[in-house]
Design a protein around this ligand. Structure first.
Ligand code: FAD
Length: 315
């Protein structure tokens, strides 16, 4: 079922999750234990991140040599598991960076065969590797280009036109940034760029993580003022280590409120996850009480903290 149908039919708050495929050569049993721990909460859908190839440098007897490695393949396989073993709607992330449009079309065809109705169209992190394009191949630059490609397939327009090509019917999500995307000159410009994604056919927005709900509500207002009418699902992350205080602002460009950072700095190491869980319960309760119908947790690799949060919500 499409994410927007889940939202339309919901009779109570929806809690969805985002997980990450194992590292190359990693164990699928570990991933399945994680999914086992999440599906008990009856999520309407689970997102699976996607990871492009990147350049890594290796010491060799001849000196340092660059190698192109895709560290986390497996998005498609995890989607197949979720959709057909666990009967939970899978939302694969589909990237611009690292993939040609031709590869993206093939990926979308595979998803359709697996009965997957949703994709999150994302530009992708820049890891310094641009796939060379040859033999007439092309690439999407921004997420808006990817949204257009998916919508073309939804109209039955494939890259190589085939007679009687079946239209797909993907529900398309895109990313939004309550504290603006780091490359954007200001929030207003970023919201305009997000509006372009919606005008191109995005059905809903999932936000980057934030730790101060006012940032989310101000962002939603800015989007509504700009004419964005689609659902805006808040994305939340539960802090569980002291290292998160530096890593999260560095990688995700979002602020951690002074109150939360102070509580984490003051807590004994073993109590840091309790502080993060308590903050997430407070944040989620406030969002739901203020009428937000759906919350999305960046779970990544462990269900422990999010399970405590959901138990604490007493839904
Ligand atoms: P875009 O919407 O393309 O925007 C990127 C930047 O370009 C913005 O600053 C925007 O304002 C600007 N821009 C947009 N259009 C134009 C234009 N036409 N001309 C000039 N500037 C323009 N990364 C991964 O690698 N894998 C994942 O699975 C993944 N999942 C994510 C899920 C969510 C919910 C979020 C919020 C992020 C995720 N990311 C993921 C990170 C994401 O790839 C980065 O944040 C990336 O830098 C931007 O992606 P985007 O889709 O928002 O890009």
């Amino acid at each position: 079922m499409r994410v927007t149908e889940h939202l339309d039919r919901a009779t109570g708050p929806l809690i969805s999750f985002e997980i990450i495929p194992p590292k190359r050569g990693g164990n699928v049993q570990t991933l399945m234990s994680l999914i086992d721990g999440l599906v008990v909460h009856r999520p309407p859908f689970i997102d699976i991140t996607s990871h492009a190839a990147e350049i890594v440098y290796q010491e060799t007897p001849q000196g340092t040599e660059p190698r192109i490695v895709r560290k986390r393949p497996g998005t498609l396989g995890v989607c197949a598991l979720l959709q057909n073993k666990y009967n939970v709607d899978a939302v694969p992330h589909v990237l611009c960076n690292g993939f040609t449009r031709e590869e993206t079309e093939d990926f979308l065809i595979e998803l359709r065969y697996l009965g997957i109705d949703n994709v999150l169209a994302i530009r992708g992190d820049d890891h310094g590797y641009q796939k060379p394009l040859s033999h007439g191949r092309s690439a999407n630059t921004y997420a808006v280009d990817l949204v257009r490609q998916v919508q073309q397939m939804n109209r039955g327009e494939y890259l190589q036109m085939t007679a009687d090509a079946d239209p797909t019917n993907f529900c398309v999500g895109v990313a939004g940034y309550p504290e603006k995307h780091f490359e954007s000159p200001n929030l207003e410009r970023d919201v305009q760029r997000t509006k372009e994604k919606v005008d191109a056919g995005a059905d809903y927005i999932v936000t980057q993580m934030f730790f101060d709900n006012e940032r989310y509500f101000e962002y939603v207002q800015a989007c509504r003022d700009a004419g964005i009418e689609v659902p805006i699902i808040p994305g939340l992350k539960i802090l569980t280590t002291r290292a998160h205080l530096t890593r999260i602002p560095k990688h995700f460009y979002c602020e951690i409120p002074n109150e939360l950072s102070g509580e984490i700095e003051g807590a004994k190491k073993e109590h840091v996850p309790d502080v993060g869980v308590a903050w997430a319960i407070k944040q989620t309760t406030d969002l739901l009480e203020r009428g937000v119908p759906s919350v999305h947790f960046y779970v990544m690799a462990s269900a422990v903290a999010v399970t405590k949060v959901i138990q604490g919500l007493k839904l």
